[in-house]
Design a protein around this ligand. Sequence first.
Ligand code: FAD
Length: 479
Amino acid sequence: RPIIVWFREDLRLADHPALHAAAKASARTGAPVIFLYVLDESVGRPLGGAARWWLARSLRALGNSLAAIGGSLTLRKGAAVKVIPDLVRENDASAFYWNEIAQRPHQAVEKQLEASLAKLAVETRRFPGDLLVPPAAIRNKEGRGLRVFTPFWRRVLAMGDPPKPLAAPKTLRSATNIATDVLEDYGLEPTQPDWAGGLRDNWTPGEAAARARLRDFLKTTARTYAGDRDRPDRAGTSRLSPHLRFGEISPRQVWHAARFAADAEPALAPGVEKFLSELGWREFCRHLLFDIPELASQSLQDGFDAFPWKRDAADLEAWQRGHTGYPIVDAGLRELWHTGVMHNRVRMVVASFLVKHLLIDWRCGERWFWDTLVDADAGSNPANWQWIAGCGADAAPYFRVFNPVLQGEKFDPDGTYVRRWLPELKGLPAKLVHQPWRATPIELASAGVVLGSTYPEPIVDHTRGRERALAAYARIRKS
Ligand code: FAD
């Protein structure tokens, strides 16, 4: 009788506890294994467009990796709580294994499945999921999760290294004659219009690509990571986020590989420590989400419900399309649209601009990111938006308003990043590329820029936008 392994946000073979256990049991007893993925859009947040594209590619890669060692991926669509018991009955499965997801809606499904499979006398086994530390292990005296990053991360570090990653199975014994859906029928990838060309040019989803990226990062970029991670004009970060999001690589694998590299070469240590603390932010955001399932819909700080947000569809669209007239903001939003990611520093600048300069509700920006990011994460996305908006758990104060010109000049000093995404500003010298409205008519003409035509005028004046934001904040503080 077959064992079923249920894949969800862990689309890999290595360091996959449920798969590891099933492969071992199968080798011992001869039981065949069904490798299952269920596209269940009723649990958690429906995926955005860019993430759906990634998922399709990642599932294809997983299917190929399974096939290479004797397995085969079975696809189903529908509510897992119904599809899985049906599959168990159809195939008289004896056991059902999965790695948990520390999010309430997923846990509710896991519990429901445990109950219904128990009635069918099926053995159910859940394994640790994709966190370095489960949320239950880090609580304050009142039993709540921590709301401030630094003490949280100190607690994680004090727990020492997480368990070593598990090896991928070398061979698998797959159950045969299991009907599977055809991935292409799920419509995860765009057809007409095909907007995914930029994603295809920039990314290779799947476990092999994730591991190669980690290896490359530790060999090269890690050395300069601590200094370069804030520079959008340099390839200074790991670009692992979508791979981590879909579990093509686990945080434990990343942790141990990074520590191993730093032990072998002490010069890497500062970069590696900083990098691991960023992985800590992912962890922190997921722990927050565990405690606060409404993270994407509810401002965490009292008072923000009364915030006088502007409902301005035209301003929101100008921001989404990268037509605000602030080059660093527009470059970021165009990078996002084209590649499915945006540099972290620029994410902060564009988010602050939307919420503060345009006074648009942070949830509108969060939803846009959710739809366009390949790394759109149920924890990291809303937690970072709330942090920037000033209403989050461990938030930047609302009155800290990023100046998009100064941010551009500091982190993209030669304008390389801006020119890459805004070729219409290519001809401007570095001192003007972050503020084209300061150029004289002669300078604009020689760069071929016509403000208001080839590139927009600023949608809002920085000083006015800042004052308006502070006034709005003062109003909610008073109330
Ligand atoms: P690296 O600098 O190489 O960092 C390594 C890993 O650490 C990342 O892959 C990521 O998993 C994690 N990480 C780094 N920074 C953060 C952070 N601030 N918060 C949480 N985890 C972090 N990250 C997402 O993965 N998904 C999101 O949906 C997301 N939305 C964001 C929205 C806003 C408004 C902001 C300001 C940040 C958001 N981030 C999000 C965090 C961060 O921008 C990305 O994780 C990072 O840019 C990914 O690039 P990298 O893999 O090269 O990062």
